[in-house]
Design a protein. Structure first.
Ligand code: FES
Length: 203
């Protein structure tokens, strides 16, 4: 006697059975082709080029970026006209910018606060109407010119740009001479503490 069965053909996929789940294991693994030597070199070249471009961009940004921020010593300071003293009066002191802002018959000038002898901080002495250095006694006029003492030259100055109320821009010359302008004419002063001008001797 022949017995026929209608059992389905066994599946080609493998099954494992745990107590709760069935997990199908793929019959064939997908194989990822490895790059050949030429492709490999191409990828390396591309990665090197990307790295080089990133490094160049970073260097360019670092090179172009200003070294000092505004309002930080080494950078630019902006002073309103109210910071400028009346002509002949005691100079305006900016400790952060390390300068004195003087206004005299010579004009307006920003003086670096460090003595040109051995680097002490000199001070304004109102009773004597001049700058005096406490270390070795060098003395300087209100506009920074040498008077007497061991200092080898007059006080160093910072380059300035003065914008007037009429919109003109007056710029410090190469010698660092005071800018002849009245207080009333000044709209704003920009002092560049990154641009120090050394005087040529005791003048
Ligand atoms: S450091 Fe100023 S006089 Fe010597």
């Amino acid at each position: 006697m022949t017995v026929s069965t209608n059992k389905p053909a066994p599946s080609r996929s493998l099954t494992t059975q745990s107590s709760k789940t069935n997990v199908k294991v793929p019959e064939e693994q997908v194989s990822v082709p490895l790059p050949n030597r030429r492709e490999f070199l191409f990828y390396i070249w591309g990665a090197s080029l990307t790295l080089f471009a990133a490094a160049s961009g970073g260097f360019l940004y670092w090179f172009l970026k200003p070294r000092f921020s505004e309002g930080e010593f080494g950078g630019v300071f902006r002073e309103p006209p109210t910071s400028v003293p009346e002509s002949g009066n005691a100079p305006f002191n900016n400790p952060t910018g390390k300068y004195w802002l003087s206004n005299s018959q010579e004009g307006v000038v920003a003086l670096y606060k460090v003595c040109t002898h051995l680097g002490c901080l000199y001070a304004w002495v109102p009773n004597n109407d001049r700058f005096e250095c406490p270390c070795h006694g060098s003395m300087f006029e209100l506009w920074g010119e040498f008077i007497q003492g061991p200092a080898p030259r007059s006080l160093d100055r910072f380059a300035m740009t003065i914008t007037t109320t009429s919109g003109a821009e007056l710029v410090t010359n190469e010698a660092g001479d005071p800018i002849p302008v009245t207080r009333e004419e000044i709209a704003e002063i920009m002092i560049d503490t990154g641009n120090r001008i050394k005087r040529d001797g005791r003048v």
